[in-house]
Design a protein around this ligand. Sequence first.
Ligand code: HEM
Length: 187
Amino acid sequence: MSEVDPVMLVDYGPLQALIGVWEGDQGMDVSPEPAAVEENPYNETIIFEAAGGVTNAETQTLAILRYHQVVKRKANDQVFHDQIGYWTWDKAGNTISFSLAIPRAVTVLAGGTWQEGSDTLSVKANADGADWGIAQSPFMLEKAKTTAFEMAVTVKGDSLHYKQTTFLSIYGREFPHTDENTLKRVG
Ligand code: HEM
């Protein structure tokens, strides 16, 4: 963390709107099965916390949020997706980044440009991309490769909507694994 900016003085820019605790019960997951498509309605909680600022190479300054997303299948109330990571905002470079790590041993660092005044954060990553990338275990590379990822998050007041697509190469085919939900700020 930066030695200069106490958390309270950091300008979080477009990330400010995310800070808080969010809950949503309209989730829909579309995921792969060997010879079929699985659809899973879900509930979820996402916590975004202000995490201060960081300076890179004494030139780049990032504002940071850390988050934790917990997703439960409506059918049995069991957690079936758990994800952690950071959002960052580089004000001078007009750039946002979104990282994720999931227990399958897959990590993503997606990025994008934020348009001043926009209430939408859009990020992308590609396994073969030079800028924003994907790292995954040898097993996943061979059997269930994540080839690309994209997500758009829109916050309007206390309502947050996201849609994401995880492009998979699995079971001998290309599969767009999608997740979408609308959440309300509860804290
Ligand atoms: C709300 C978010 C998500 C939910 C609810 C979810 C749920 C699921 C489900 C139900 C499957 C089918 C296999 C199984 O039942 O375990 C699956 C497969 C998979 N997901 Fe997700 N997922 C989410 C997000 C992601 C993200 C962000 C990534 C990576 C960027 C990812 C990567 C994968 C991979 C690689 C598989 C294939 C592995 C397999 O089916 O054995 N998922 N996911």
